[in-house]
Design a protein around this ligand. Structure first.
Ligand SMILES: C[S@@+](CC[C@H](N)C(=O)[O-])C[C@H]1O[C@@H](n2cnc3c(N)ncnc32)[C@H](O)[C@@H]1O
Length: 247
């Protein structure tokens, strides 16, 4: 029983060339955890509130990204008991790129949550319309979705900033935020072969597929579907989409 509860030890590396025997060493005390989040905050403070800034210098990836997301959403919608189309939450929304290019076209209304107030202001300018209801300034580790408010919770290129412990806790809170048949969509950089890697520029972790699946299980979520992003530059970390339901 204890062995089951114990987190799996996953070795990995960071962009400074340091090797780790376990990813948990990244966040093993409060000081490390605080500096983990501070780095990401500082990084996003320094980025331009533009497509180029939000996509790390690869603005051309936005279009294939949104196209594949829509394809995945339609696959999930064609399964029995699909999620509703009423309200969606965009997590780590940045300048509202996903809200504007996908979610507003696919749902009646969108809430956005984003900790960087400058980016959130830009999201209001770029994606704000009568159907964007709430612009919430918060980090995900401090945020709890309102109970049963969302048909879909969309988290893209943001869970890579959360520690494992905070991510499991966040997903557990998301479960409570879902309506019936509600679905959580996760779209993240995922290492398909090899070990996890941390980018020390912004303290983001590219987890392995197995690490994500372990986290989903811990949070009491069932993997309904998964798809690897196609039409993706070879020099970039692969991207995967997961659709998750309450177990
Ligand atoms: C790569 S951008 C992605 C933005 C948007 N999801 C998209 O795909 O266009 C990462 C976003 O995550 C936000 N972020 C960073 N750390 C976060 C945290 N702990 N909680 C919530 N958002 C965070 C950043 O401020 C930034 O807007």
């Amino acid at each position: 029983m204890e062995a089951e509860k114990a987190a799996k030890v996953c070795p990995g590396t960071d962009s400074a060339g340091v090797s780790y025997t376990s990813h948990l060493d990244l966040w093993s005390d409060d000081k490390k955890k605080a500096s983990w989040y501070k780095k990401a905050e500082e990084y996003w403070d320094a980025q331009a509130a533009t497509l180029d800034g939000i996509l790390g210098g690869f603005p051309e990836t936005s279009e294939p990204d949104l196209r594949e997301s829509r394809r995945f959403l339609n696959i999930v919608r064609s399964a029995p008991k699909p999620p509703g189309r009423r309200r969606v939450l965009d997590c780590g929304a940045g300048i509202g790129r996903v809200t504007k290019g996908l979610l507003l076209e696919e749902f009646d209304s969108v809430d956005l949550v984003e900790p960087n107030e400058r980016l959130l202001e830009q999201a209001k300018k770029e994606a704000g319309d009568a159907r964007t209801e709430r612009f919430i300034a918060s980090s995900l580790e401090q945020f709890a979705p309102e109970e049963a408010r969302y048909d879909v919770i969309w988290a893209q290129w943001v869970l890579l900033y959360l520690t494992d412990e905070d991510l499991v806790a966040f997903l557990e809170r998301c479960k409570k935020g879902l309506s019936s048949n509600g679905t959580i969509f996760v779209k993240e950089n995922v290492v398909i072969e090899g070990q996890w890697n941390v980018d020390r520029d912004d303290n983001s972790i590219s987890r392995t597929d197995a690490m994500y699946k372990e986290i989903f299980k811990k949070a009491g979520l069932v993997l309904q579907d998964e798809l690897r992003q196609a039409h993706w530059p070879k020099e970039l970390v692969p991207v995967k989409m997961y659709a998750l339901r309450r177990s």
